[in-house]
Design a binder for this molecule. Structure first.
Ligand SMILES: [Zn+2]
Length: 169
């Protein structure tokens, strides 16, 4: 986690003796809040959609559609926007099923950790996927044949999905 040294309002040095760095004049406390993202396991006939990243970080690794939640958006709205950008699919957010929330364990270069909000979406018709420049490739795979995923929020969600799927079968 990036260390906060000064109060952004009065520029006094922050008191580092407590649990969170805080301004001695009471203007500011640096809480280590996570950044929210949303992602979705889209399936059609028990095959799930995976996308291959075309950018750093994790260039060439597999993930699923999703991205950061922007201010004013619900996780579902963020997902609809990201899925549209990344695949050209228009999703019905009322059909999203909440799966759970999962941490990206390693954090970014500033140490900020990402809390990924995971959903599932089962499609009834075969969708046509049109990738944008963020991804180089897509595949449809069963859970058993799913590719390895580096992002721990998505990989932990995938493990959870496999687990509950086994229980249901
Ligand atoms: Zn201050």
């Amino acid at each position: 986690m990036t260390r906060w040294i000064y109060c952004p309002q009065c520029k006094l040095e922050l008191d580092q003796s407590g649990k969170y760095p805080k301004c001695p004049s009471g203007h500011f406390i640096k809480y280590p809040n996570p950044v929210a993202s949303a992602f979705v396991f889209i399936s059609f006939h028990s095959k799930y959609l995976f996308l291959r990243r075309n950018y750093e970080p994790k260039f060439g690794s597999w993930n699923v559609p999703g991205g950061f939640v922007e201010y004013g958006e619900s996780a579902e709205q963020a997902l609809a926007r990201e899925v549209k950008e990344e695949t050209q699919l228009t999703i019905d957010i009322s059909k999203l099923k909440y799966l759970g929330s999962f941490y990206q364990e390693y954090g970014d270069k500033n140490g900020t950790k990402n809390l990924g909000i995971a959903f599932c979406l089962e499609l009834e018709t075969r969708p046509e996927i049109v990738l944008n420049q963020e991804h180089s490739e897509y595949i449809w795979r069963t859970l058993e044949e799913s590719p390895e995923i580096e992002s721990t929020d998505i990989s932990n969600a995938l493990e959870f999905l496999k687990k509950i799927n086994d229980i249901n079968n």
